[in-house]
Write a protein that binds this ligand. Structure first.
Ligand SMILES: Cc1cc2nc3c(=O)[nH]c(=O)nc-3n(C[C@H](O)[C@H](O)[C@H](O)COP(=O)(O)OP(=O)(O)OC[C@H]3O[C@@H](n4cnc5c(N)ncnc54)[C@H](O)[C@@H]3O)c2cc1C
Length: 509
């Protein structure tokens, strides 16, 4: 008889672990505090439209893609509707200062060529840079679903150099440096701190196969939930864990908001570790351990603007648009003032049918620090007061003004607009400071910002975005690491490899 597992948090990481372990025959119970599972995959309905709240830009589903293999093993790949971004421009990077728009093409060679068009004198450097990031990615075992006894990253050199310095070691051209860091908001890149490996993995990952979900990210949560339930697992929503009872360096039971007590052989926490420490008696775990983790700084947050367009007023575009005021702003998105915010923004028209001509909606993410909304930190959802509402309206206006500069006449296309702030992310996802990507990794002290899947409690494992890497890729690789502790890492990796894409072979059969 396999073990009983309780997973705290039914977001992307919790659902992935639940799906792996259900497939491998464990008895899985997921406890989710929100009324619906999904976490960063959650969508909300407004004015007849569905909006993603977190995960928009995805990759890894191209033939041989790492997530295609993993999701095929889970049996969910064929349940997903994914639209690849345009080959010739999967991303557009717009520098307002000189009006340059860089179209970045998909695939290694095409990407190099697309950049060399703008920087012909730098072609050799661009090639060296791209070759290097591919070489590094090839050597990271888990990124390629290879088994290794080493830890997730075993590259002390790329752990301890910043992404900015790494890029600068290939070119002195400041404009090219900015362009090579075009998607740094996807990994909350900050000057001097963000380790090179994060930029390297995320850049290569998206160069290979950027895309979006047709109809939105909820389909991934639903596919995982179905898989868990089909495997006999249970997902309890609207009943978060409020207390964790510890005895003799083990979890004895967890207690939920409704007073239910659940026990299991093993527990997995996918929630922000600081929030986990707040629901346990931390005197029962090693002080230096929990204080180190609790003190890891968090990534910046995001002001999300959700726009409903008037019918047939704004054309759908099939790429991700990164806008930045100036070349120097790279790595400094949080250095804004009330007057000059937002200095950068990422926006998309999410695909709804797979062959959209007109966009019904747009989602705009602009970096925002928690400090910006700190004055309302003691308020809760729906009860933050008039000054907060006025603040949001002001920010929405600034975002629309930014879009008006990009698309003259933009205001006239907008039917209505709403927004969310770092407080929204904090309160809906229970994430410290509304950090978009959880705790940050810092190349100046990699060990201090490292969180292992192992904890100081013998029957508790960690998973989720706070460990190695966030997002659709990072959380998936970490779920494999976490579940590998139970199933056997080599065994799990082998099973994933034996389920080849487009075949429904079940390794358990
Ligand atoms: C605005 C925004 C945009 C993003 N865009 C992208 C993108 O384009 N591409 C990409 O790859 N990634 C993106 N991300 C990141 C991605 O969404 C996250 O990395 C990922 O969803 C994190 O998964 P997780 O399981 O670690 O955490 P979550 O998905 O946050 O799951 C944690 C779950 O735990 C629940 N929970 C918390 N406390 C408790 C408790 N006490 N008891 C029970 N349940 C609890 C929460 O309600 C939540 O459901 C974005 C994130 C944000 C915020």
């Amino acid at each position: 008889m396999k073990e009983k597992i309780i997973i705290i948090g039914g977001g992307y990481g919790g659902l992935l672990c639940g799906a792996i372990l259900s497939k491998e025959g464990y008895h899985v119970k997921i406890l989710e505090k929100h009324y619906v599972y999904g976490g960063g995959l959650h969508m909300f309905g407004w004015k007849g439209l569905q909006f993603e709240t977190g995960m928009h830009i995805i990759s890894g589903f191209e033939p041989n893609g790492v997530l295609r293999k993993f999701y095929t093993y889970l049996g969910i790949f064929d349940r997903l509707n994914i639209r690849p971004a345009d080959n010739e421009s999967f991303d557009l990077f717009h520098l307002a200062v000189d009006g340059r728009k860089y179209l970045l093409a998909k695939g290694r060679e095409a990407f190099i060529r697309s950049l060399a068009r703008y920087f012909p004198d730098e072609e050799a450097n661009i090639r060296r840079y791209v070759n290097k990031i591919y070489e590094i990615c090839d050597s990271i075992a888990l990124f390629n679903l290879r088994f290794s006894n080493n830890s997730f990253y075993d590259h002390s050199d790329i752990m301890s150099i910043s992404a900015g310095d790494f890029i600068a070691s290939f070119t002195k051209n400041k404009k090219l440096q900015a362009v090579l860091a075009w998607n740094n908001s996807l990994y909350a890149g900050v000057k001097d701190g963000t380790p090179a490996y994060i930029a390297i993995m995320i850049s290569k990952f998206y160069i290979e196969g950027s895309g979006r979900f047709v109809g939105g990210s909820k389909q991934l949560a639903d596919a995982l939930a179905t898989m868990i339930r089909e495997g006999g697992g249970e997902i309890i929503t609207g009943d978060g864990v409020e207390w964790i009872d510890i005895h003799d360096k083990q979890i004895r039971h967890v207690k939920t908001a409704s007073g239910n007590i659940f026990t299991a052989d093993r527990y997995i926490s996918s929630i922000h570790p600081s929030m986990l420490f707040r629901i346990m008696d931390t005197r029962k775990i090693q002080r230096s351990y929990y204080q180190r983790i609790d003190n890891i700084p968090n990534s910046y947050s995001v002001f999300n603007t959700f726009i409903k367009f008037k019918p047939k007023s704004f054309r759908y575009f099939n790429y991700n648009y990164y806008y930045q005021e100036d070349y120097d702003t790279t790595w400094k998105y949080t250095d804004y003032t009330d007057e000059n915010w937002p200095q950068a923004g990422m926006f998309i028209t999410p695909p709804e049918t797979g062959h959209d001509e007109w966009a019904n909606k747009m989602i705009v993410n602009c970096v925002m620090k928690f400090e910006t909304v700190k004055q309302w930190e003691n308020t809760t959802v729906g009860r933050r007061g008039e000054s907060y509402k006025a603040f949001k309206k002001r920010c929405e206006g600034k975002v629309l003004d930014m879009l008006e500069k990009i698309y003259p006449g933009f205001h006239s296309t907008v039917d209505d607009v709403i927004s969310s702030t770092p407080l929204t992310i904090r309160d809906y996802l229970n994430v410290k400071e509304g950090a978009a990507y959880g705790t940050i990794k810092d190349c100046r002290n990699p060990a201090a910002s490292h969180i292992s899947v192992h904890t100081k409690l013998s029957n508790l494992l960690f998973t989720g975005q706070n460990l190695n890497l966030h997002g659709i890729l990072g959380v998936a690789l970490t779920a494999i690491s976490t579940c590998g502790e139970l199933v056997g890492m080599e065994n799990l990796i082998n099973k994933i490899h034996h389920c080849t894409p487009n075949s429904h072979t079940d390794n358990n059969a």
